[in-house]
Design a protein around this ligand. Structure first.
Ligand code: DAH
Length: 347
């Protein structure tokens, strides 16, 4: 090859001519890439030329720089022209029907599937509908009143600290709902008791994310209002729910839990469905913490205009994201909403 760094402009011109000849001889994109690398790559001819500038006598440097640029542009241009010509030739050959085999099956449209969160929500909605519950939907942007006040969480209530809330700018009273419990308030406003409802959807909290926390997660809320509702009804409904999820009867236990809108409030644990003697999922305790629940607080009933002496009820808040993780053995919550097809294609 001629030495374009020799300072001789005619040698640079012949380097370009050589490159152009190579490019014209390329029959496919892979060959073009190889020539591109040879001339324009990090270790290529142009890079070497530019690197040699420092070794030139000062009065030659400018000239070498200009020749390097001209070579680069010339090679780029020739590459583009050849690429265009190859593409045209390919289309022309396709038009002529070359390489077309009418006996091959047609390309199939890719098939999607329901997101695992949607699958679980729909299964549970079906289950609850079969027990006479209405399926409701609530907005993801809620009023402060529905998200907190009406749920017995007043403005200065310490429970607000545990809901790291996204407030909507400018509105003063709108928040990204921090739980699905405000749907309870909407249900009480819309429907006459006795009533049974479930509502699944997204909730939002200002969390630093890790394997078990995300700023967006899914819950399913349940509310039953009737006369003479007791903890026994709550336990019965929760056992039916668990049977629907895990397809067998699981022992449950209640621990006290504090949520301002229920009294008494509980954390319901279920026997670990994955082991007999302790495993990673139940952290060797044989119990998994599944859902907070309780009997509807009289203040919530009063705020809805119901007489707590006449009406009672129970409510629960199922963590759907956690349930999906349990069901599919998913180790990081962030996969659920990460939008990575390699993850989603598995369902
Ligand atoms: N909304 C609560 C939360 O996200 C969970 C909850 C607890 C819902 C008890 C309920 C309930 O309906 O009765 O922290």
């Amino acid at each position: 090859m001629s030495d374009p760094a020799s300072g001789d402009p005619s040698s640079a011109a012949s380097t370009l001519a050589q490159a152009e000849a190579k490019i014209a001889a390329c029959d496919d994109l892979a060959a073009l890439k190889a020539v591109e690398r040879e001339y324009l790559g990090k270790q290529g001819v142009v890079a070497a030329l530019l690197a040699s500038i420092g070794d030139q006598p000062p009065d030659q440097r400018r000239g070498v720089g200009q020749r390097a640029n001209a070579l680069k542009q010339g090679v780029q241009q020739a590459l583009e022209t050849r690429q265009g010509a190859l593409a045209e030739a390919r289309v022309a050959s396709q038009r002529r029907g070359e390489g077309f085999d009418a006996t091959l099956p047609p390309p199939r449209p890719e098939r999607g599937s329901l997101h695992p969160l949607t699958q679980v929500s729909r299964e549970l909605e079906d289950l609850f509908q079969s027990m006479g519950y209405h399926v409701l939907d609530g907005p993801e942007v809620e009023t402060d009143y529905n998200n907190f006040e009406a749920l017995n969480i007043s403005a200065d209530h310490p429970a607000r600290d545990s809901h790291d809330t996204f407030f909507c700018e400018g509105s003063g009273h709108l928040v990204m709902r921090t739980h699905t419990s405000p749907v309870q308030i909407r249900a009480l406003a819309q429907l006459e008791p006795p009533l049974r409802v479930v509502a699944a959807g997204k909730c939002f909290r200002q969390e630093s994310t890790d394997a078990s926390h995300d700023h967006t997660f899914h819950q399913m809320e349940g509310l039953v209002i009737d006369r003479e509702i007791s903890v026994a009804h709550l336990i019965g409904a929760m056992k039916t729910l668990l049977r629907g999820i895990f397809h067998r009867d699981l022992e449950v236990r209640l621990r006290p839990g504090y949520f301002p809108f229920v009294e008494p409030g509980f954390e319901l644990d279920a026997r670990c469905p994955f082991c007999e003697a302790g495993c990673r999922v139940c952290k060797r305790t044989r119990w998994i913490e599944l859902l907070p629940c309780g009997l509807v607080h009289p203040n919530v009933l009063r705020a809805a205009g119901l007489d707590p002496d006449e009406w009672g009820g129970f409510a629960f808040g199922l963590g759907l994201s956690r349930l999906v993780m349990l069901r599919h053995n998913i180790d990081d919550l962030r996969h659920l909403l990460g939008g990575d097809l390699r993850f989603l294609e598995q369902f």
